[in-house]
Design a protein around this ligand. Structure first.
Ligand code: SF4
Length: 166
């Protein structure tokens, strides 16, 4: 985590040297005529009850690329869902019609090790997952327990989950 924070801070310093401060709406508008790169972009969707900071967004007149940096090169379902949720929040905030791509990148490198287009099916899947998570948190649906107690140790829902193995 410390290594991740250092890499993150270095990237942030390098980025600030050549960047121009702009609001979220200004960058989205600007990117319709020229390529832009944004870091640490806060997104939130009240409609879906999600929010977060996107590590990096590349916007060109043709497409939007949402990038999340990860310490390894394995695309876990949870990290895929995270970057899909960012894309959903971005789309909901901007109502932008450009093609959106979701990417996972190895932290501190240019290695994009996973990429997909955020299409209609992907959008439906992540909306389903987010709704399910909200219904678990609200106690409407029961948690399905893992058989692996190690997973419960770092699970952020363990205080709510009656099936936690801890
Ligand atoms: S605490 Fe509950 S939700 Fe979390 S991993 Fe364990 S069984 Fe699954």
């Amino acid at each position: 985590m410390l290594e991740g924070t250092e890499v993150h801070e270095r990237l942030e310093r390098d980025f600030r040297k050549d960047s121009t401060p702009a609001s979220f709406d200004e960058v989205v508008e600007m990117s319709k005529s020229e390529a832009t790169l944004t870091r640490e972009c806060f997104v939130m969707s009240q409609k879906y009850g999600i929010r977060g900071f996107i590590d990096e967004i590349w916007m060109t007149p043709d497409e939007i690329v949402i990038i999340d940096d990860k310490p390894g090169t394995k695309a876990y379902p949870s990290t895929i869902n995270q970057v899909r949720a960012y894309s959903l929040a971005f789309k909901d905030m901007t109502m932008d019609k450009r093609k959106i791509k979701c990417c996972l990148r190895e932290r501190g490198t240019d290695n994009i090790f996973w990429i997909e287009e955020f299409d209609e099916n992907t959008e439906k899947e992540i909306i389903f997952t987010i709704k399910r998570m909200h219904s678990l948190i609200d106690g409407i649906k029961p948690f399905m327990a893992t058989k692996n107690p190690n997973k419960c140790r770092s699970c952020r829902y363990k205080s709510l989950c009656k099936k936690s193995k801890l």
